[in-house]
Design a protein around this ligand. Structure first.
Ligand code: FAD
Length: 482
């Protein structure tokens, strides 16, 4: 095991993409096997030292940023233990980088479908946040692909469970039998919205017990190993970057496109396109919105699909002459790069402004999408704050990025965010559809579930992490553990 204490070296572990400042820890420990990880947690538990688990550090909620105690990094637990092409299963350690997994799988004609957008994220991090990616519209979030988890609790106990082993209900007391003991876990009784969500512990009637550990944000245990479901690579994938001269046309296109079996349906607004034009001047001047969509297909259906998508784009007045189309990995890589330029460009502005961005992760039921978008735009226009909106339009899940230039604008952005969260929750939406709550969104989670339910989450955590050392201040304020 490696232990790092040099402040200049370990300071890199005190940041992620949230802009949250002020993180600190005494040491960063890199275990190389299960025994070392267990010894660290047992010592920390005995001494009540807070432990923050660190993955790839690409999170956007400050969840891996420590405020005291120790950091356990999974970067040396990074083995692809096995890839079984017959059962379509990958057995992985938590520190496997998504890009490494993708490279290995592509050599074998396989694919990992959730494909969260940031290639430097680690598997353990994506399970812990229930990440989803651009293909989420068709294939859903990480949760759908976890077949087995091996979890080390802070007590040193190990839970090794497969999907289908145990089913639980809201409000019940579940007795989990471990090697030498039994843990009684009170399952909270709140109702989650029936849409894509990554806000708070996953709790449903007739849910798989395994699902409790997907999206737990490093608060319940240390994911040591996982079996993930794979798929065969599709025969073909076509990708379209289609510009529209009106936002309304773009949204109407999406409404129809939802019935056409697309893998992804993503959106960028006018402000996003203006920002991208500095690097990509060919983006048409008249474009007021972009829909990026992809479809996987069997070779024989290619001409029919191109024909039907072209007709649909024409029906909704897309700027077809200026749009981009890719049907090879090489061409697609260029579109991917264009798409990835946007968060990078946003980060550049954040650095220049010296003020963190305020980015939302709200999703609402489809029926309320237009109303929510109108609400965003009205509030933002009257605020005078720079912003851009992009995201997973197929799932009515947009990221509003507010880019304050001053302390005052930052405060105002947070107030506006609160208004967005209240409006979305009132419509049956979620305050986090994919990024999680981390350390910066407790008050939004409280709007969604209320303080009593946050207390139930804290109680649940205490039963699995009785010394209360893991991922403190993630999901709910640590004071609720007292
Ligand atoms: C440019 C960019 C694009 C992004 N796009 C997307 C996107 O499309 N969809 C999406 O969902 N997210 C996206 N994200 C956010 C981020 O990539 C995800 O949240 C990702 O899942 C974080 O993984 P990580 O390994 O970096 O985790 P970290 O940031 O290191 O940690 C995240 C959480 O996981 C916990 N954790 C890590 N490993 C373990 C473990 N072994 N056991 C228990 N807990 C653990 C940590 O304690 C922490 O709570 C994006 C981020 C960036 C910067």
């Amino acid at each position: 095991m490696i232990i790092k204490t040099d402040p200049d070296i370990i300071k890199g572990y005190f940041e992620d993409y949230s802009g949250l400042l002020g993180g600190y820890a005494d040491r960063v420990i890199l275990p190389e096997n299960e025994k070392e990880a267990r010894d660290i947690l047992l010592e920390a538990s005995a001494k009540k030292i807070p432990v923050t688990i660190s993955g790839g550090g690409t999170g956007v909620t400050g969840a891996r940023i420590p405020f005291g105690g120790w950091v356990i990094s999974t970067e040396r637990l990074n083995k692809i233990i096995g890839i079984n092409g017959k059962t379509l299963t990958a057995t992985l350690q938590p520190g496997v980088r998504l890009s490494d997994l993708e490279n290995e799988l592509s050599k074998k004609g396989l694919i990992y479908l959730p494909d969260p957008t940031e290639p430097n994220a680690f598997l353990g991090g994506t399970i812990s946040t229930n990440a989803s990616g651009a293909k989420g519209f068709k294939y859903g979030s990480t949760r759908n692909y976890v077949k087995r988890l091996k979890i080390l609790l802070s007590t040193g106990d190990i839970i090794d469970i497969k999907r289908g082993d145990y089913f639980i209900n809201r409000s019940m007391i579940f007795s989990l039998k471990l090697k030498n003991k039994e843990i009684k876990i009170k399952i909270p009784d709140y109702s989650m919205p029936e849409i894509k969500t990554a806000a708070g512990y996953y709790v449903k009637d007739r849910m798989d017990f395994l699902d409790l550990f997907i999206g737990h944000e490093g608060t319940l245990g240390f994911i040591l190993e996982t079996d993930m479901a794979l798929s065969k690579r599709p025969e073909g994938v076509m990708s379209f970057f289609s510009f529209f001269s009106s936002e309304d046309d773009a949204i109407s296109f999406v409404r129809d496109a939802k019935t056409c079996n697309a893998m992804s349906l993503e959106y960028m607004d006018e402000n996003s396109l203006s920002l991208l034009r500095t690097k990509y001047p060919n983006i048409p001047k008249s474009a007021k919105g972009l829909i990026y969509f992809e479809q996987d297909y069997k070779k024989e259906s290619e001409p029919r699909l191109i024909d039907s998508w072209t007709k649909l784009l024409e029906k909704h007045k897309a700027l077809t002459e200026d749009s981009y189309f890719a049907d090879s990995d090489r061409e697609r890589a260029k579109l991917k790069e264009l798409r990835h330029t946007l968060p990078d460009a946003v980060n550049e502005i954040v650095k220049k402004n010296k003020m963190p961005k305020v980015g939302t992760d709200i999703a609402v039921p489809d029926a309320g999408f237009r109303e929510m978008l109108k609400f965003y735009k009205e509030k933002l226009a009257s605020s005078g704050i720079d912003y851009l909106i992009f995201g997973h339009i197929g799932e009515s899940h947009m990221h509003v990025n507010m880019l304050p230039r001053t302390e005052e604008e930052f405060k105002k952005s947070r107030e506006i965010y609160m208004e967005f969260a209240k409006k979305a929750v009132g419509m049956g939406g979620t305050v986090s559809a994919e990024h999680g709550i981390g350390k910066i969104k407790h008050h939004f989670l409280e709007i969604m579930y209320g303080k009593d339910n946050l207390k139930q989450m804290a109680l649940l955590k205490k039963t699995l992490d009785p010394s209360c050392i893991l991922g403190l201040d993630n999901i709910f304020p640590k004071e609720l553990l007292e």
